[in-house]
Design a protein around this ligand. Structure first.
Ligand code: HEM
Length: 384
């Protein structure tokens, strides 16, 4: 019923929904009335119903990259492209499964309580970069959202980013610069900065792995297991950087959306933070969609899709539709590329919100003045 959609929801489409003030009524209508459809204006198939979202993510011909374009053209031939091309997130089959099989248990074994402790310690390291304030200013909140989860993850992995505040902020800045270069909205300067960041991160990680990784952290065992499985060392190194990159924007979004939720629901301020974060991951998720690319002509959800077609998979629509059999955080994906860092991400987001509140960040005040950062997939507030 396209007419109904147009009549009720003017000025919103599946891409602008990501940063719309309240996209959820629109998503719910899509999931209920058009669970899988072709959007000719955007040149995309759109999957919105939970069954359709799960079917696309499980389909063997639906790939994470266009088969002829393993690396986005803007990054190809740069250090950022070389790093990107090795990420399990961006590969299928033999280039994906063996390393993921090692990363899943490694991340699952991290105790959320230990992750929260590391985040508390890293927050005290970052304090050195803050002037004394009664209430934390919005600019500091934004900086911490992008720094604290990443440096805490580095600490969990035993990487030496934690020595001092300057080093921690610089590392987090480089991770964010590499993450930003992957966006389809990235301009030439952002792509150039991403290539520089990939070089910086590569050099930093190589020197860390050569000497200063914590012996009691999970990385030495990962390296041994990877070597025994015949996985090349460069792929392991790229994917360790990849963990920090994956943690960056999405966890900033989860923590930021949790601050917004707390600001809008002041009476729920006493609710355990872990529960609030889990709820936000379902109700106002940081990753709203992901894409798949058809490797062959295929029947998809009863439609004939062609090799080369793109499917926009609306994780957030499946999540809010009320049509799924189980309530789950679709924002972490599903099927063979599902996020292995989901529990850790929620622990780090909760620890970040808790550290910010302890330093005077005021959710109600933050929720009164913010915009969403420009993005076609991630919903991340920028506080003003
Ligand atoms: C709120 C935070 C996070 C969200 C919402 C999130 C979401 C996702 C999603 C949707 C995917 C699947 C992408 C797709 O199939 O198209 C994914 C993959 C992945 N995530 Fe996360 N993620 C988060 C945090 C993290 C963290 C903290 C880590 C690392 C510790 C991590 C590591 C990964 C990796 C390695 C993959 C690739 C898995 C594969 O290709 O098989 N993520 N994530």
């Amino acid at each position: 019923m396209p007419e109904t959609i147009t009549a009720n929801f003017t000025g919103i489409d599946p891409l602008s929904a990501v940063t719309h003030p309240d996209p959820y009524p629109y998503y719910r209508e899509l999931a209920a009335t058009r669970p899988f459809f072709q959007e000719p204006r955007l040149g995309l198939w759109v999957a919105a119903g939970p069954r359709e979202v799960a079917a696309v993510l499980a389909h063997p011909d639906c790939r994470v990259r266009p088969p002829a374009q393993p690396v986005p053209p803007a990054l190809a031939g740069t250090a950022a492209g070389a790093l990107f091309g090795r990420l399990i997130r961006m590969n299928e089959g033999a280039a994906h499964a063996p390393l993921k099989a090692l990363l899943m248990p490694m991340l699952a074994a991290v105790d959320p309580g230990v992750a929260a402790q590391r985040a508390g310690a890293m927050a005290r390291v970052l304090d050195a970069g803050e002037a004394a304030h009664a209430a934390m200013p919005a600019a500091s909140v934004n900086r911490w959202l992008f720094a604290l989860p990443v440096v805490s993850l580095a600490a969990v992995l035993g990487l030496p980013l934690a020595r001092d505040c300057g080093m921690a902020l610089e590392g987090a800045r480089q991770v964010a610069a590499f993450a930003a270069a992957q966006s389809p909205l990235a301009d030439a300067d952002t792509v150039r900065a991403g290539a520089g960041a990939a070089r910086w991160l590569g050099t930093w990680l190589a020197s860390s792995l050569a000497g200063s990784v914590a012996a009691d952290g999970p990385l030495p065992a990962l390296q041994h297991a990877a070597q025994a499985a015949g996985i090349e060392a460069q792929a392991v190194a790229a994917n360790i950087i990849g963990l920090l990159v994956q943690a960056c924007e999405a966890t900033a979004g989860l923590a930021g959306n949790t601050l917004l939720w707390l600001g809008r629901n002041p009476s729920a301020g006493g609710m355990p933070l872990q529960g609030v974060v889990a709820r936000v991951a379902q109700d106002d998720p940081p990753v709203q969609n992901t894409r798949r690319f058809l490797a062959a002509d295929s029947e998809l959800c009863g439609h004939a899709a062609k090799a080369g077609d793109t499917v926009l998979v609306l994780l957030a629509a499946a999540s809010c539709s009320g049509l799924a059999d189980d309530a789950r955080a679709w924002t972490f994906g599903h099927g063979r590329h599902a996020c292995p860092g989901d529990r850790l991400a929620q622990a780090l987001a909760a620890a970040t919100v808790s550290a910010l509140r302890a330093r005077g960040a005021e959710p109600a005040a933050l929720a009164r003045a913010f915009r969403y950062r420009p993005s076609l997939s991630a919903r991340i507030p920028h506080f003003l």
